[in-house]
Design a protein around this ligand. Structure first.
Ligand code: S3P
Length: 209
């Protein structure tokens, strides 16, 4: 089993994170995955660990439109939202290095996928239905779920989207464990993908005799 980053010495961990930053250059780390996968929560933490800016694409779309996503869907429809989403993400991808969390449908657009490939490293936060449902129940700001059976919608989206999400550079299971554990796994996967050296494991503390 691979060790979480928290199990390594602080200096090693800092070095690991610095290596990732160097190898990343001006690229963005782009988090993709279904609603409730933890893209924003993990993204914020990951950005803090890497000392990079964190950008949430949905928040940027809302700022650009001067309206919430629910309002955009209600007033102009999903197609209009998707066009705005594609344009905003294309613009944001020129701002790397950064950690960019995208809305669940963004990676389904072929232009956006191509742009992410060109300007970033994609990380799919893959979660089980049970975990997703537990998380999306907490908020009611998602038009695709409004007034519908969450389980039915999420199952349908999983069937449609998981084969496409699987094209991501890196896949990490987003389980129901402390966020830092998942972020540690993302860092390990990114380091692997970027060809950073393996980190020595922390030596077990010796008991005094
Ligand atoms: C959507 C996910 C939402 C938001 C919009 C549509 C989707 O973002 O972009 O409601 O199509 O899956 P989160 O994945 O951050 O909830």
């Amino acid at each position: 089993m691979s060790l979480g980053l928290t199990e390594h010495r602080k200096e090693d961990r800092e070095q690991r994170l610095a290596e990732i930053r160097d190898a990343l250059g001006s690229r963005s780390i782009v988090l993709i995955g279904l609603m409730g996968a933890g893209k924003t929560a993990m993204g914020r933490r990951l950005a803090a660990w890497l000392d990079l800016p964190f950008i949430d694409a949905d928040a940027e779309i809302e700022a650009a439109a001067g309206a919430t996503i629910s309002e955009i869907f209600a007033e102009h429809g999903e197609g209009y939202f998707r066009q705005g989403e594609r344009r905003v993400i294309a613009r944001l991808l020129n701002g790397g290095p950064q950690v960019l969390a995208t809305g669940g449908g963004a990676y389904m657009n072929a232009d956006t996928r191509e742009n992410i490939r060109a300007h970033g490293l994609s990380v799919w936060l893959k979660a089980e239905l049970k975990v997703l449902l537990k998380r999306v129940h907490r908020r009611d700001n998602r038009p695709l779920l409004a007034g519908d059976d969450h389980e039915r919608v999420m199952k349908k989206l999983m069937a449609e989207r998981y084969p496409i999400y699987a094209e991501a550079d890196v896949t990490v299971e987003s389980r129901d464990v402390p966020h830092d554990v998942i972020v540690g796994a993302v860092v390990e996967a990114l380091a692997d993908k970027l060809g950073c050296a393996k980190m020595p494991a922390k030596e077990p503390s010796r008991k005094k005799v």
